[in-house]
Write a protein that binds this ligand. Structure first.
Ligand code: OOB
Length: 567
């Protein structure tokens, strides 16, 4: 059967048949899903954008019927501009209503959104465009004080495949206004099929460049349906989208797409802090939202200090990084809602604590899989299965977990077992109830409060500096973000007279056109790296060294504070 990406088969036929027979894959597509919701809930509000991103933006409240009509008109306009089935379009929009107009239009055409984050810069976006041969790139004019039109100009120069750059906002600079695209033309000749790839999601990554994750309509919609059920979401649900809308967590766990699947209302939050979110929750009667642990801490602290507005919340999902048990125990008493831990990955598998789980399970585990057909294995270093209670590598296969990254045969040989299990790189322990406890990570990645930093990617950028002989990037503990990044650097001999300062190397990495969260938080200069038994850099020793140094600094700070407060 022909698919939008010719020659790419997301799932082996026998598994696809099994998932269909089990009723997981029901032959739905995103395009038809929106059509059906518009038929069923026409005048109900689907998306609320309070318009907080810039002074020129107005509030938008779109009904299902309006979103459906807008998606059709946007699809016709994009088709008229030459965007067609199978084309890739990098979408880099903040939490604005146009995100849904564009994404559903692309879904209807069978063109694939490539979901970039607002934090990405020239190097990342350039890579997405080059790697996917993207035909289009869609940006806001400005967001968070950053001008995306300039970024788009730079990207356009280095990306020969780009035919169309569209800007959401009034002043598109040298590009075209997204608002000028919609028209009343014909729809696509061929509608996408349920088994087609619907979009490319980004992997957190542990290699030199981010890898792309092909998700199909069938598999993703199944994960939405499962999530909606487990989170108790229905058409009365109001989901506040706090995290960047394109990330897999706020997109699908149950996220904005799950909410639209359920016929509920999505409220877009322009800033994640409690000073913006709480009044919006109050005004819109928000019932459910999802946060990474550092934001959950911020909200807990604000509520603890007397801030109000969050009272309509029934469920708070926390995931993306490990939520401490101590903080987890505060959610119920402080925010008056049910905590639901979520341990998911853009590659597929998502685990949730259940709303009726014991308080113990909710606060000490990261949940269990959505599907009875999520196969979970916990194995030792040699791949042998471990019993419950013993920590090991998490491998998984199932009805919404990919079987391979897009166009990455070498990576796939490492990241997947020959029989199709995804090696998550996470170290977990399984309880007899099936709940998983995340104990650590074997992949070479730093989880900076939910934002993933691939060590190798940053090491490569540091190595491009003329004074750097070698670099090793590791995590260091942080009370707020959980982890921050520390770059250990060995300088070249000839530079040791006038060595570059830490701040210079940070500036250098930023200057290479990378997202800010990837710039090392700390740089340590050393003569040489500690080695493992077989002569590899011992990141374990480096992590231990920086954790000890960070603990010393914290202790010194504590002494200082005492000193100043007693004076
Ligand atoms: C979510 O997706 P990604 O693709 O950004 O990151 C996945 C990785 C996991 O492999 C794990 O290392 C970490 O993020 N992670 C957690 C966690 N949730 C994710 N580690 C500990 N505790 C948790 N609760 O981060 C993501 C996707 C969908 C739903 C939620 C999170």
């Amino acid at each position: 059967m022909q698919t939008v990406l010719d020659g790419f088969t997301p799932y082996p036929a026998e598994f696809a048949e099994r998932y269909r027979a089990a009723g997981y894959w029901r032959g739905e597509t995103f395009g038809r899903m929106l059509r059906e919701r518009a038929a069923a809930h026409g005048e109900r509000i689907a998306v609320v954008d309070p318009g907080g991103h810039s002074a020129s933006r107005q509030e938008s409240r779109w009904s299902y019927a309006e979103l459906d009509r807008r998606a059709d008109r946007m699809a016709a306009g994009l088709l008229a501009r030459g965007i067609g089935s199978g084309d890739r379009v990098v979408v880099q929009l903040p939490n604005v209503a146009e995100f849904f107009e564009v994404v559903f239009a692309l879904f209807r055409i069978g063109a694939l959104p490539v979901f970039a984050l607002p934090a990405h810069r020239r190097t990342e976006i350039g890579h997405f465009c080059a790697f996917t041969g993207a035909a289009g790139y869609i940006v806001p004019e400005t967001a968070g004080g950053f001008d995306y039109r300039e970024l788009a100009s730079q990207v356009r120069e280095q990306s020969p495949s780009l035919r169309l750059v569209l800007v959401a906002g009034e002043d598109p600079g040298e590009h075209e206004r997204l608002a000028d695209v919609p028209c009343d033309g014909p729809g696509p000749e061929r509608e996408p099929e349920p088994q087609d790839v619907a979009f490319l999601q980004l992997s957190g990554g542990s290699t030199g460049v981010p890898k792309l994750i092909p998700r199909t309509h069938d598999d993703y919609i199944y994960s939405l349906r499962g999530s909606v059920e487990l989170c108790g979401l229905d058409e009365h649900g109001v989901y506040l989208c706090v995290l960047p809308a394109a990330h897999n967590f706020p997109l699908s766990s149950p996220g904005s797409l799950g909410t639209l699947y359920a016929g509920g209302r999505v409220v877009l939050c322009p800033q994640p802090g409690p000073e913006t979110a709480f009044p919006l929750i109050e005004r819109e009667g928000v019932t459910i939202t999802g946060l990474v642990p550092p934001l959950a801490l911020l909200w807990l602290d604000a509520a603890g200090r007397g801030a109000r507005g969050y009272e309509s919340l029934d469920v708070l999902l926390v995931g993306g990084a490990k939520f401490s048990e101590e903080a987890a125990r505060r959610v119920g008493p402080v925010l008056g809602c049910t905590l639901q831990q979520v341990f998911g990955m853009a590659e597929g598998l998502v685990n949730y604590t259940r709303l009726d789980d014991s308080q113990e399970l909710i606060t000490t585990t990261q949940g269990r899989p959505i599907s009875p057909d999520d196969e979970v294995r916990v194995v030792d270093d040699r791949g042998a299965d471990l019993p419950d209670g013993v920590t090991g590598h998490l491998l998984t296969r199932g009805p919404y977990t990919i079987r391979g990254y897009w166009n990455a045969p070498e990576h796939n040989a490492n990241s997947f077992t020959p029989d199709g299990f995804y090696r998550t790189g996470d170290l977990v322990r399984r309880l007899p109830s099936g709940h998983l406890v995340v104990e650590g990570r074997a992949k070479d990645q730093i989880n900076r409060g939910g934002e993933k930093v691939a060590a190798e990617e940053i090491e490569n950028h540091l190595l491009a500096h003329p004074a750097v002989h070698d670099a090793a990037v590791v995590s260091m503990p942080d009370p707020y973000l959980g982890e921050r990044t520390c770059a250990y650097v060995v300088l070249r001999g000839e530079h040791s007279e006038r060595p570059p300062k830490a701040v210079e190397l940070k500036r250098f990495v930023r200057g290479r056109g990378l997202a800010d969260y990837k710039v090392p938080d700390r740089v340590e200069f050393v003569e040489e790296f500690p080695a493992t038994g077989i002569g590899k850099v011992s990141k374990k020793d480096l992590r231990a060294a920086i954790a000890a140094a960070a603990a010393d600094t914290a202790a010194a700070d504590a002494v200082d504070t005492t000193a100043t407060t007693t004076v």
